[in-house]
Ligand binder design. Structure first.
Ligand code: FAD
Length: 254
């Protein structure tokens, strides 16, 4: 596609979570869509979705914790390398994250605490050869072999008493009755981090919470849409009617 192919194209994205915000940036930068032709519908009062913070000073805020980012989040970091940080517009969000973590690296000194409030030595993950074999078998099994199986069906019950499981399940929110396929996908995705699982030194933190550090600068790229083309506005309104737009607000014009 060249620029002229896309000059009149419009894009409508449902939900102002990170996926739509990222899509809008790439539609603009790589797809050469006109900013005024990109619209994101969101049914909540604030963008950010699962990454965001909700609430206000009157009723309190809900902040579901920081999302784990690490250096192999290549697509996310590529996106963030193109967005100016809200603190210093001359710096990208990625640069800000990298500089912050180089200075204040993450290092857990006490990842687990036992029933007697003693810090557990997690330098060993407590995995035995049988556990490694089960994990290897899980990793090497195609998903169709695992269909419908739970984690508890592919490992021995002793696995759930290991430091590995306590650390892993408390980071990734797994339980023994969760899907073996999902466990396999997460293991494949995060295998390279296992040596640092106890200290979690791989974590890249943002300087402030992720709503302000990531979502707000992305949203700041949006403008209200008075200069939207007639065509885009008519289309958006038609889509809006179908989508019960009373509850929606619209970002437009990146
Ligand atoms: C508690 C928690 C911890 C997590 N921890 C991590 C982690 O450590 N590392 C990691 O990589 N990921 C983590 N994730 C996952 C990560 O946050 C999400 O994968 C990511 O933010 C999803 O982005 P998204 O845009 O796909 O969807 P969402 O962020 O879910 O955005 C969807 C948006 O669509 C809106 N919406 C839905 N339906 C409609 C509709 N019909 N009309 C209009 N708007 C609609 C929603 O309000 C929402 O704003 C975590 C998620 C949660 C909840």
């Amino acid at each position: 596609m060249n620029d002229s192919d896309n000059a009149d194209r419009t894009a409508y994205l449902v939900g102002a979570g990170l996926a739509s915000l990222a899509a809008a940036v790439y539609l603009l930068k790589d797809g050469n869509l006109k900013p005024e032709n990109i619209t994101i519908f969101e049914c909540r009062s604030r963008a950010g979705g699962s990454l965001g913070i909700f609430g206000d000073v009157e009723t309190g805020f809900v902040y579901p914790g920081g999302r784990v980012f690490e250096e192999q989040y290549r697509c996310a970091l590529d996106l963030l390398s193109q967005i100016p940080s809200s603190r210093d517009p001359g710096t990208s969000i990625k640069q800000e994250i990298m500089e912050f973590n180089a200075r204040y690296g993450w290092h857990n000194n006490a990842r687990l605490v036992d029933m007697n409030r003693n810090v557990v030595d997690t330098s060993r993950l407590d995995l035995e050869i049988a556990h490694y074999l089960s994990l290897a078998k899980l990793l090497l099994s195609p998903e169709r072999w695992l269909n419908g199986k739970r984690i508890g069906e592919v490992v021995d019950t002793s696995f759930f008493k290991t430091n590995f499981w306590f650390i892993w399940s408390s980071i990734m929110a797994f339980r023994p009755n969760h899907s073996a396929i999902e466990m396999r996908r997460y293991l494949l995705r995060y295998l390279h981090l296992l040596p640092e699982l106890s200290t979690m030194t791989f974590i890249l933190r943002t300087r402030v919470n992720q709503q302000q550090a990531i979502v707000d600068p992305l949203v700041a790229l949006t403008q209200s849409g008075p200069e939207q083309s007639q065509h885009a506005r008519r289309d958006a309104e038609r889509t809006a009617e179908r989508a019960d737009m009373d509850r929606y607000f619209r970002f437009s014009a990146f």
